[in-house]
Design a protein around this ligand. Structure first.
Ligand SMILES: O=C(CO)[C@@H](O)[C@H](O)COP(=O)(O)O
Length: 223
């Protein structure tokens, strides 16, 4: 099976957002990755509903919305109304994670949980069967263009082993420092979806970079 490529619009040119959305529409990318940051959960503010609406107006692929915010329950309905297909909340931001997951699903979205680099995957064991996806943060969230944290490989493998027992078709998404140099090893470790910001938007030929990240002749995943 082919893995999923989700360009992160955080690294797009916001003065030419429609152009960058069309580039993704016309590429081999699978999803749009949308990073929402509130300046509280992470030390950065990205954007909220106005940008989400603008992306939803032109995007022809599913919107993969990553909420790096506190109190995500308060905003889930609004993100769903604005076109979110997948909503990821942070384990570290949710006191009643089971309730939050049910809320996401009740709005017709796929439910996903993100883990910061310091959070062990075992903490998701009792909720894994309810999830469509787990997002492994391979940098500390808040900024694009950071260096990949190598320990993430072990987390991906550990999560894939746990998922094989409980939920074999779980999507494991990796976010942060993903590039053409580490994507093969990440697929081999058990990841099936890849967020890439800098690797795509800083490339001389963005469409070609997406195609290169999508078509990896040496690796494919089995679930
Ligand atoms: O969530 C985040 C950052 O918090 C990511 O989605 C970044 O936007 C990925 O950017 P690169 O590391 O690929 O440049």
């Amino acid at each position: 099976m082919k893995h999923i490529i989700a360009p992160s619009i955080l690294s797009a040119d916001f003065a030419n957002l429609q152009r960058d959305i069309e580039m993704i529409n016309n590429s081999e990318a699978d999803w749009f990755h949308i990073d929402v940051m509130d300046g509280v959960f992470v030390p950065n503010i990205s954007f909220g509903f106005p940008v989400m609406k603008a992306v939803n107006k032109y995007a022809k692929k599913p919107l993969d919305v990553h909420l790096m915010i506190v109190n995500p329950d308060q905003y889930i309905e609004e993100f769903a109304k604005n076109g979110a297909a997948i909503i990821t909340v942070h384990y570290e931001a949710c006191t009643h994670l089971h309730r939050t997951i049910q809320l996401i699903k009740s709005h017709g979205c796929k439910a996903s949980v993100a883990l910061n680099p310091h959070t062990p995957v075992i903490l998701l064991k009792d909720i894994l069967a309810d999830l469509d996806m787990v997002l492994i943060m391979s940098v500390n969230p808040g900024f694009g263009g950071q260096q990949f944290i190598e320990q993430s490989f072990n987390k991906i493998t550990e999560l894939r082993n746990m998922a094989n027992e409980i939920h074999p078709d779980l999507i494991i998404e990796v976010d942060g420092g993903v590039s053409i140099s580490n994507i093969d090893a990440l697929i081999t470790a058990g990841a099936t979806a890849f967020v890439a910001g800098n690797a795509i938007f800083a490339a001389a030929d963005q469409t070609q970079m997406i195609a290169d990240m999508k078509n990896r002749p040496e690796v494919s995943y089995q679930i």
